[in-house]
Design a protein around this ligand. Sequence first.
Ligand code: SF4
Length: 364
Amino acid sequence: MASEADLDNEDFSYAADQVLVKQYLDDIHEPEAMSEEEKNARKEAIKQLLKEEDAVLVAHYYTDPEIQSLAEETGGCVSDSLEMARFGNDHDAQTLMVAGVKFMGETAKILNPEKRILMPTLEATCSLDVGCPADEFKAFCEEHADRTVVVYANTSAAVKALSDWVVTSSIALDVAEHLHDKGEKILWAPDKHLGNYVRRESGADLIAWDGACIVHEEFKARGIEDLRAVYPEAAVLAHPESPRAVLEIADRVGSTTQIINAAEELPNKQFIVATDQGIFYQLQHRMPDKEFIIAPTAGSGASCRSCAHCPWMAMNVLERLEQSLREGSNEIHVDPELAKRAVIPLERMLNFAKSMKKTVIGNA
Ligand code: SF4
């Protein structure tokens, strides 16, 4: 568990340095570059396979632009993981091709158990997920049995099954305030920065697991201040998985969808954006007259294993997507007993959101 002081220190630790996370990062190999001709041929083949397999492509905002545009062109969706799963639920297709990281495929399967869920790769994971193994987390929960267990969507099905609530970044604060009002104490996992943000904003009694996102943890407040001196009219938009010092200087803090909405609402013409640069495709596509600048990740103490782009999201490439559709490989399976437990906290969040008439958007 991270202490409050640790949680507030942006240089305290880097997820990329944690042994478990590092092992996964070391296993990533860069995909081979493709010619434009090959790319186009693969895109056409994927479009045909989607039809033949009664499949729809649902992609996360952090995947590469060519995957996002393919999802849009073929009637799929580009969104955050909960919206991806809900889109899949509402869509008639019997196969969902989920381009993202593994917990997103698992969430889609938990919410759509009767559908076939495929992914371009099963090796694409998340530092929050691998940094929170279910057995260790179970022991942590048992040590603090008096607390309500709230976990972020970026967790395995096994960790979700241990929780009372699953939340996304857009609803985390509302749930924490709701629990705080009822006098409940919170055990939060796995992102310490988001947990710390929620604790500060809600005033809840909250202890947090010591996890972090390797992408957002690398943003530096000092670097952003330096950049703002160059672009004095720019508004700073930050995801709450970023360190506290970054959030304190941001003009808006929010989930992926909230960042897009803020850029649309604010009158500024320039934005410094502290989240994965995959989102720039959507930002630029929707607001061609505005300028988006990636927040810096360099500087003292920077490990820069991601350099503002998630290495696991980057594993979603056309070649793997086509292969998975053609062979039916990389299917997501979730143990039905586990899924029965994991769906309870997920549905609790969805029902809570419905009662608030709030859209549940925004995990990583
Ligand atoms: S960007 Fe961060 S939170 Fe999102 S999948 Fe990658 S490591 Fe996980």
